[in-house]
Design a protein around this ligand. Sequence first.
Ligand SMILES: *Cc1c(COP(=O)(O)O)cnc(C)c1O
Length: 378
Amino acid sequence: MKFATRAIHVGQESDPTTGAIMTPIYQTSTYAQTGMGEHKGYEYARTGNPTRTALETCIASLENGKYGLAFASGLATEHAVLSLLSSGDHIVSCDDLYGGTYRLFEQIMGRYKVETSYVSAASVASYEKAIRPNTKLIWLETPTNPLLSLVDIRALARIAHRHNLLLVVDNTFASPYFQQPLDLGADIVLHSTTKYINGHSDVIGGAVVTNNKTVYESLQFFQNAAGGVPGPHDVWLTLRGIKTLAVRMRQHQENAISVARFLSEHARVEKVYYPGLPSHPDHELAKRQMNGFGGMVSFQFKGTLADVDKVVRRFKVFTFAESLGGVESLVCHPASMTHGSIPKEIREARGLTDTLLRLSVGIEDIDDLLQDLEHALS
Ligand SMILES: *Cc1c(COP(=O)(O)O)cnc(C)c1O
């Protein structure tokens, strides 16, 4: 089955007891058992819930993976993946990454003596140079957040496997519609399903997919042992959202291309970051490893921080807010919002300046979006 069909049907067969087309919300904490050790596959809802199983099965299929697990947030998912490490282990990560991931590495994992080295996202050689005898994971986001650089997943998978490391890819920005990291050699792919997968800005959630049975069993053990599971209603909303992932992503991309072109020609824009523009340094890599370029566009505004503040106040269709991947367009100021937890010197050294704005281009009518940008930037 093709992607759009799997998004609607995999894990979501009609309910065996009633024939209900939609997966029921199994709002229960426990399940009746017939006798000792005899039950229908479910004992307690932290360990398993049929609504959650449907989502886990569907997301695994969309990532071309065997095993999926859902969590209460993207960060709870990342924490589960980090539970594969022990005190004294080391991570090599790209330097342009979600601020919350950086905070988790530095302020939580750091306390457990797990150290992280950050390397320039696009430089393949720098990852290998940073590997130490105690390195266990290479951690990537591609496209990166918010500068939308690409990392060559295939090349990094070769390096990781040569050194017996696991390659983790945060695939939140591309969504499985535009990129399948497991097919390119990654061992673990994870999502903040809060973003494109749910797509309607009404749920916080996360998921991880792998083909590695040992990894899966460890993550599943952690899911039950630490308990960061999503509730059935959130899972059900995510399942409802996932059904339209393919059509949404196509429209996000179509609108993002128009927005990126519009900004490239605008007098008050210094620089546009969108991998779909032929001028983007990773455009060729994007064509090779992705099936599209996604819906995120960042740009550097010509002016001061005070000018940027005026711009964000003038938007009428775009909403000034954190997050991304919903049907509605959002504009975010990474330096003070999503990436506020990264110290200013570190941020600026990575090109994440105070005049950078990030757009999550929604699926509204493109004419309204361009008009809104024209007005805000004028
Ligand atoms: C939002 C986000 C996360 C964190 O996910 P939550 O669902 O907010 O916990 C992780 N990675 C990326 C790339 C994100 O955009």
